[in-house]
Design a protein around this ligand. Structure first.
Ligand SMILES: O=C(O)[C@H](O)[C@@H](O)[C@H](O)[C@H](O)COP(=O)(O)O
Length: 260
């Protein structure tokens, strides 16, 4: 089913207030899905997001969230070794995942060897294979979207770059049009590093809940992209193509929303 949700947004005076709301949103969905089906599938991105998730590491969430029932994925990943400061896996492990009790086998990172070798194509292929195994194990249901089926996650936590990219789907690059794969790759990303893997747009839009968090660090481009999306629905910006099966929510700080 194609996502038909309405784009919702909330604007927060500061990053700190956005972080509080982000923790609450995530913890509420975690409780809902753990109660309903016994586990919670959550997809992370890189960038500022991991830092903004820090309130989950504080009471009441650190003790109340059922961390052992989480399954964690990445919407995109930089193709480099796990130790590289560019790695989204390292960013999330160091800043968040190592501080909560998620079983290691529930953390689905990019392939260790191909990523260290810089082999983006095989990393994408193996990540898709990993998702297909989880479909067989009934961890991920399938969602029909257009003429294909895609894995369906409970919650995706996304970020947007100032140019309007989300995941590693960049404006003017062909990856945004890929529909016959679940995971694809790019070797000339305009945001460094150049080699990355990324979920395709229909996988992103098959998620039940998509939360896009955007805080602006005083760039001129970010508020302009937000205005293009909310006022003109300019689909040339990849993030304007975001939808979800149940809820598409945008959390913006005041700076990012300054042109709305
Ligand atoms: O690996 C990545 O680079 C990301 O997943 C990317 O899509 C990110 O979410 C946005 O670029 C926002 O990043 P910032 O929060 O740092 O602006």
């Amino acid at each position: 089913m194609a996502g038909t949700t309405q784009r919702k947004r909330e604007v927060f005076p500061s990053k700190d207030e956005l972080s509080v709301a982000l923790a609450k949103y995530t913890a509420n969905l975690s409780a809902k899905f753990c109660k309903e089906k016994g586990f919670f599938t959550v997809v992370l991105s890189g960038g500022g997001l991991i830092d903004w998730l820090c309130k989950l590491l504080e009471p009441p969430y650190i003790d109340s969230v059922e961390w052992s029932k989480w399954h964690v994925f990445w919407v995109d990943e930089r193709v480099c070794s796990y130790e590289d400061p560019d790695s989204n896996y390292k960013l999330a492990m160091d800043g968040f995942l190592s501080k909560v009790g998620i079983p290691n086998e529930n953390i689905y990172a990019i392939d260790k060897h191909y990523s260290a070798d810089g082999d983006a194509e095989n990393c994408a292929m193996l990540y898709e294979e990993c998702l297909r195994k989880l479909v067989k194990q009934n961890i991920l249901p399938l969602c029909t979207y257009g003429k294909y089926q895609y894995p369906q996650f409970d919650l995706q936590l996304l970020g947007m770059g100032p140019d309007g990219h989300m995941a590693s789907l960049f404006p003017g690059h062909p990856q945004i049009h890929v529909i016959d794969k679940w995971v694809t790759y790019i070797t000339d990303s305009p945001k460094p590093p150049p080699k990355r893997i990324t979920f395709t747009l229909p996988v992103i839009n098959s998620a039940l809940y998509n939360l896009m968090a955007v805080c602006d660090d005083h760039t001129e481009q970010c508020p302009r992209s937000i205005a293009e999306i909310f006022k003109h629905n300019n689909l040339a910006l990849p993030a304007a193509n975001l939808t979800a099966q149940v809820e598409e929510m945008w959390y913006l700080d005041q700076a990012a929303a300054s042109l709305l």
